[in-house]
Design a protein around this ligand. Structure first.
Ligand code: HEM
Length: 428
């Protein structure tokens, strides 16, 4: 990591301007990549929220970013994100042994047999909802998926969710990830939603520990309730609630990738036949390639944040301890050093190559047990596969004329009208 003694240090190229927060929010997915290209560097410094912030892009930078002797997560995520998307005191902000122990909870809760159970529950709910969709003239797919996924994941996790609360809890869960940093109203709503959800779940977990509520044996809720950190203590109810939400919220957020997959099916009709053959024929390679290409090509999370743990040097630049750093996920997924024709949507690319740990990073890089990489990739991929099967084989629908362009200024980016479908029918 160090330069040869006496080598001159290269200044980190700077994004001009007093503060780039607005420019970042206007184009969150392309901001880092564009400036790195313009300044011909894998790292640039920009002022974001008035703080100098290192902005890294590309596979080499991703590998560096996941080196935990150089970067830490504690104190990295901005408060508005912790107050909405992540919650405070959860796994995202832990480091070292504390992180690995807490992460093991997620890896157990999301083991393959648990993923299979969640997929079965989502299939059950999809069947149920399809009857209702068939009675509607049009169905906005994105919002229609939310209660379906919310009900499925709560049932799977062992969290009681009476029908009378479904709409409210769904809306609260969605507001944590959909435009949750958009000022002022969406952000305020997300803060209020998080407070309500945490109270609800903290109460449930406290009641379960007191023996007044029985959680299904082996359920995710029970695992969270019983989890002990390295000090031997169970999690405080509020933190346990944050971790349970770390399972519920992102499962509902898979709706984003499902809509993006449906969008890809519509705008790339040539993919339908090989995809359908793959799903029906049992050789899942093409279907997997399609799902990977959706995860690579479509924007979801723009970046992840960390802090420089101690001074170090890389690429001739000096990085001072404590500085905030972002890793560009979208730009790394489109980096020409890793991908031929990165802007082309081409599932076939994944038939001949396996994604590496630092080039396909929609859900983070490195590996999930020891690093912060998402533990929910198995769930995400399995639910995308299931949804493609339903969209292709178990229902018929039309896509009425609408604006299908992705709104790249939205977080997460979606087709402008959320992908409306019509004339829905169940395939007998
Ligand atoms: C909807 C699609 C998903 C996307 C785009 C996504 C993306 C991400 C990203 C970018 C990270 C941060 C990686 C890092 O900090 O280095 C992450 C972490 C995490 N994700 Fe996901 N995720 C998704 C689905 C899921 C699912 C389905 C679950 C659980 C059911 C889940 C649970 C988590 C948890 C608990 C973490 C924190 C891990 C840690 O800090 O060690 N995610 N995800």
């Amino acid at each position: 990591m160090a330069l040869a003694p006496g080598s001159p240090m290269r200044p980190i190229p700077r994004v001009p301007g007093l503060d780039s927060s607005l420019a970042f929010l206007e184009d969150p997915y392309r901001f880092i990549g564009r400036h790195c290209r313009e300044l011909r560097s894998e790292v640039v410094e920009a002022r974001l929220m008035l703080r100098p912030t290192l902005c890294f892009t590309g596979p080499r930078a991703a590998e560096l970013f996941y080196n935990e002797s150089l970067f830490q997560r504690g104190g990295a995520a901005p408060e508005p994100l912790r107050a909405t998307l992540f919650g405070k005191g959860g796994v995202q902000g832990l480091d070292g042994a504390r992180h690995r122990r807490r992460k093991a909870l997620f890896m157990r809760a999301l083991a393959p047999e648990q993923v299979a159970a969640l997929v079965r529950q989502v299939a059950h709910e999809w069947q149920h909802e399809l009857g209702r969709w068939a009675q509607q003239e049009t169905v906005p797919l994105y919002t229609a998926l939310h209660p379906l996924l919310a009900r499925a994941v709560c049932h799977w996790a062992g969290v009681p969710l009476p029908q009378s609360q479904l709409a409210l809890r769904t809306e609260e869960l969605v507001s944590l990830f959909d435009q949750s940093v958009k000022p002022p109203l969406r952000h305020l709503r997300a803060r209020v939603a998080r407070a309500a959800l945490e109270s609800w779940l903290a109460h449930l977990l406290a009641e379960a520990r007191a023996g007044r509520v029985e959680l299904p044996e082996g359920s995710a809720a029970e695992q969270v309730a019983l989890h002990r950190d390295e000090d031997g203590n169970v999690l405080r109810p509020r933190i346990a609630a944050v971790e349970l939400l770390n399972l519920l919220r992102p499962t509902v957020a898979v709706s984003v990738f499902i809509v993006q997959a449906a969008h890809a099916l519509h705008v790339h009709p040539e993919c339908r036949e090989p995809l359908s053959d793959s799903l029906l024929g049992g050789d899942m390679r093409w279907a997997q390639a399609f799902v990977q290409e959706v995860r690579r090509w479509y924007p979801f999370f723009p970046a992840v944040a960390a802090r420089v743990r101690h001074d170090f040097e890389w690429q001739g630049c000096h990085f001072p301890r404590g500085q905030l750093a972002l890793l560009d996920l979208y730009g790394t997924n489109h980096d020409p050093r890793s991908w031929d024709e990165p802007q082309a949507f081409r599932p076939q690319r994944f038939l001949t190559r396996k994604p590496g740990a630092y080039d396909l990073v929609p859900q983070g890089g490195a590996e999930p047990h020891a690093h912060h990489r998402c533990p929910g990739e198995g769930v995400t991929i399995a639910l995308m596969m299931l949804s493609l099967d339903w969209l292709l084989h178990r229902m018929r629908y039309e896509v009425p004329a609408q604006d299908l362009e992705l709104d790249m200024g939205r977080l997460p980016a979606l087709p402008r009208e959320g992908l409306v479908i019509g004339a829905v029918q169940a395939v007998p």
